[in-house]
Design a binder for this molecule. Structure first.
Ligand code: AP5
Ligand code: MG
Length: 214
């Protein structure tokens, strides 16, 4: 199964991926996580992506599509995967479709997590993520069991540089201009499954699993 998680910055794509990977037995591929890992390693890709990410802009399609298609070729994706944060433009959606079609594969479903804009800013400005495995937490909504430490791996938690209110607003503008058109694109293709992401983490997880099993 190839599943796409679609939603604005802060909608809960990374958060829901924790439950979905476990319940569906698929790996999560997050374009944002891959860029941050490349930065941590000091790789050329990371340095290139950094200049766009710190401004809240999208990394150019050519670079992003290449990175994702290389990752999709790994053996752990042979049965499918959960794509988090990719595609984010129509160009990326088409690039993905063409690559899958060459292997006689296609996207099965697109889970659209819909959240109101005021809620998105609160979520992003209160988020902490694990430096090691990138699991997201929230100071109020989803705190770790031990302050400053990841429940999953014990890694140190930090705040992303692009989670300031100013850069988060820029990311939301970019989302509405460049990514939101994908909602209609996948709805027309009959692949869109929509959930109300304004509710609590567990409720959203339950609704997502129920919607995907239909
Ligand atoms: P990326 O890392 O993908 O960031 P994003 O899309 O902006 O999404 P976020 O990770 O901010 O939000 P999320 O939906 O995962 O929310 P989360 O679960 O963490 O991308 C970063 C940058 O990389 C981009 O700006 C761009 O520069 C570049 N990039 C990445 N992909 C690209 C692409 N395809 N093309 C080009 N450039 C690309 O949750 C947020 C917070 O809310 C957490 O604190 C969480 O605990 C809390 N929370 C989650 N769900 C709930 C809930 N139901 N109730 C209460 N709190 C909740
Ligand atoms: Mg995320």
């Amino acid at each position: 199964m190839y599943l796409i998680l679609l939603g604005a910055p802060g909608a809960g794509k990374g958060t829901q991926a924790v439950t979905l990977t476990r319940e569906l037995g698929l790996v999560q591929i997050s374009s944002g996580d891959l860029f941050r890992e490349a930065q941590k390693k000091g790789a050329e890709l990371g340095l290139l992506a950094k200049s766009y990410m710190e401004k809240g802009a999208l990394v150019p399609d050519e670079i992003t599509i290449k990175m994702i298609l290389e990752r999709l070729a790994a053996p752990d994706c042979a049965r499918g995967c959960i794509l988090d944060g990719f595609p984010r433009t129509l160009e990326q959606a088409r690039g993905l479709e063409q690559a899958l079609a060459k292997q006689k594969k296609s996207i099965d479903k697109v889970l659209y997590i819909k959240v109101s804009t005021e809620e998105l800013i609160k979520r992003l400005s209160g988020r902490w993520i694990c430096r090691n495995c990138q699991t997201p937490y929230h100071v109020v909504n989803n705190p770790p069991k031990v302050a400053g430490k990841c429940d999953a791996c014990g890694g140190e938690l930090y705040q992303r540089a692009d989670d300031t209110v100013e850069t988060a607003r820029k990311r939301l503008d970019v989302y509405f201009a460049q990514t939101a058109p994908l909602i209609d694109y996948y709805r027309k293709a009959g692949k869109l499954v929509e959930v109300n992401g304004d509710r609590g983490i567990e409720e959203v997880a339950r609704e997502s699993l129920a919607a995907l099993s239909q």
